[in-house]
Write a protein that binds this ligand. Structure first.
Ligand code: TXA
Ligand code: MG
Length: 353
C-alpha cells in the first residue's frame, strides 16, 4: 500500500491546504489526538468524514479554528465566560459548545443548533489552520467507537486509504481527547473530562459546572457506554484480582493475558504480557491509548487493567477506561448466558478468593 503519511513541513502543509480546499480529507496532529480533518464549510467534504469513520450522521463534529477571534465566524450570542475560557486555555485541549452561526452547515453539527469549537495547541495544526484560513472539522481519526490515534501510524491502521493525507506531527503530547464544556444553555456543563479539569474551569469562572443528564448522551457520542474500545475484551480489576486471574486462568485455560499495571509490580510470564504505566496521571494519559493498541493484538485473549485511584486528577483516565472496559457485573451475566472468557474469569475469581 502506498503510504499517505507525510512528515509535516511547509511543503506538506501547503499540499494539505490544497487538499482541504478540494474537499479532501487530511489527518492532522493535535496535542490531544489525531483528527480527521475536512473543510468545515463544505458539506460534501464533511459527509466524507462520517463515511470514512463509519460514524452516524447525527453525531456532531468539533470545528478547529486558528484563534479566538474566529469564534464570531462560527458562533452567535457568545457569552463573556466563553471569551474568558478561550483567553485562558486556548490554544489548548478545551472544546467549548456555543450556539451555532447560521452559516455553519448542519452536516457539521449533526443537525443541532450548537457547535463545538477549539483552537488546538500544536504547531502543525496551527500552521495548517492559518494557511487554510478557515475552520477544519475534525473528529478523532479512528473508526467509530475505536481507540483514538495518538500517532500518525495509528491513523493509517484505522483509516488506511480512506484519508487523502496524514500529516505526521509526532506523538500527541496529551494523549486523551479535549475537555468539553457546554456554554449553549442555561447551565454550564462538563460534557467530557480531559486534561483541563472541572475544578480548574470552576476556579477560573468562579462557578460550579453541572454534569450532563443521561438523556443528553446523543449530544456527545464520546459519552456513550462503549467507546474508545479495543477489539480485545478489556476489564478493570484490582491488582489482587489480576494476580488471581493470572494464576487460575492461564494455568487452567491457557488464555493469554495483557496486563496494564499501574501501582503493583505484576510479573509477566509466558502467558502474560505486562506493561507498567507511569504513576503520574498525565504521563499515564499520554501512554494509555498506545498501550491499549499495543496489547490489542491476536496474541492477547484479554486485557486486564489495574484500576487507577478514583481522584480528580485521574478523572479523564478513569472516564476513558470505564468506556473501554467491562465491569464485574458483565462477568456475572456472562456466566449465566454463555461460556466465554468472562465466564471463565468469573469462575476463577470466585474460586481463588
Ligand atoms: O481532542 C479532541 O477533542 C479531538 C481532537 C481531534 O480535537 N477531537 C475529538 O473529536 O475527540 P470527536 O468527534 O471524537 O469527539 C467530539 C466530541 C463528541 O463527544 C461530540 O459529541 C462532541 O464533541 N460535540 C461536538 N459537537 C457538539 C455539540 N454541538 N454539542 C455537544 N457536543 C458536541
Ligand atoms: Mg472520537
Amino acid at each position: 500500500m502506498k503510504t499517505i503519511i507525510r512528515p509535516a513541513n511547509p511543503d506538506s502543509i501547503q499540499q494539505a491546504t490544497e487538499l482541504l480546499r478540494e474537499g479532501k480529507l487530511v489527518a492532522i496532529p493535535t496535542e490531544t489526538v489525531y483528527g480527521l480533518g475536512a473543510d468545515a464549510l463544505n458539506p460534501e467534504a464533511v459527509k466524507r468524514i462520517f463515511a470514512a469513520k463509519g460514524r452516524p450522521a447525527h453525531h456532531p463534529l468539533i470545528v478547529h479554528i486558528p484563534d479566538k477571534a474566529a469564534l464570531t465566524d462560527w458562533a452567535i450570542e457568545i457569552p463573556e465566560i466563553a471569551w474568558k475560557l478561550a483567553e485562558h486555555f486556548w490554544p489548548g485541549p478545551l472544546t467549548i459548545v456555543l450556539k451555532k452561526h447560521p452559516d455553519v452547515p448542519m452536516e457539521v453539527t449533526g443537525g443541532q443548533n450548537t457547535i463545538a469549537l477549539r483552537v488546538p495547541n500544536h504547531p502543525v495544526a496551527l500552521n495548517l489552520l492559518k494557511a487554510f484560513g478557515g475552520g477544519i472539522a475534525a473528529p478523532s481519526a479512528n473508526r467509530f467507537c475505536r481507540i483514538s490515534p495518538t500517532q500518525a501510524s495509528h491513523v493509517e491502521v484505522e483509516l488506511g486509504d480512506k484519508v487523502d493525507m496524514i500529516l505526521d506531527g509526532g506523538a500527541c503530547q496529551v494523549g486523551l481527547e479535549s475537555t468539553i464544556v457546554d456554554l449553549s444553555g442555561e447551565e454550564i456543563k462538563l460534557l467530557r473530562p480531559g486534561l483541563i479539569s472541572k475544578s480548574e474551569i470552576e476556579a477560573l469562572l468562579q462557578m460550579k459546572l453541572a454534569l450532563p443528564e443521561n438523556n443528553e448522551q446523543i449530544h456527545a457520542p464520546g459519552m456513550m457506554e462503549v467507546h474508545y474500545a479495543p477489539d480485545t475484551t478489556t476489564i478493570l480489576c484490582t491488582a489482587e484480582q489480576i494476580v488471581n486471574i493470572q494464576k487460575g486462568i492461564t494455568f487452567q485455560h491457557q488464555y493469554k493475558l495483557g496486563v496494564i499495571a499501574y501501582f503493583s509490580e505484576i510479573v509477566g510470564d509466558a502467558n502474560t504480557q505486562v506493561v507498567t504505566m507511569p504513576k503520574d496521571a498525565n504521563a499515564y494519559a499520554h501512554d494509555l491509548y498506545s498501550t491499549l493498541r499495543k496489547l490489542d493484538n491476536p496474541e492477547v485473549d484479554i486485557i486486564l487493567v489495574e484500576q487507577p485511584p478514583q481522584t480528580e486528577i485521574w478523572q479523564a483516565v478513569n472516564n476513558r477506561l470505564n468506556k473501554a472496559a467491562k465491569k464485574y457485573t458483565d462477568f456475572e451475566s456472562a456466566e449465566k448466558n454463555d461460556s466465554n472468557i468472562l465466564a471463565d474469569i468469573f469462575y476463577v475469581l470466585a474460586t481463588w478468593n
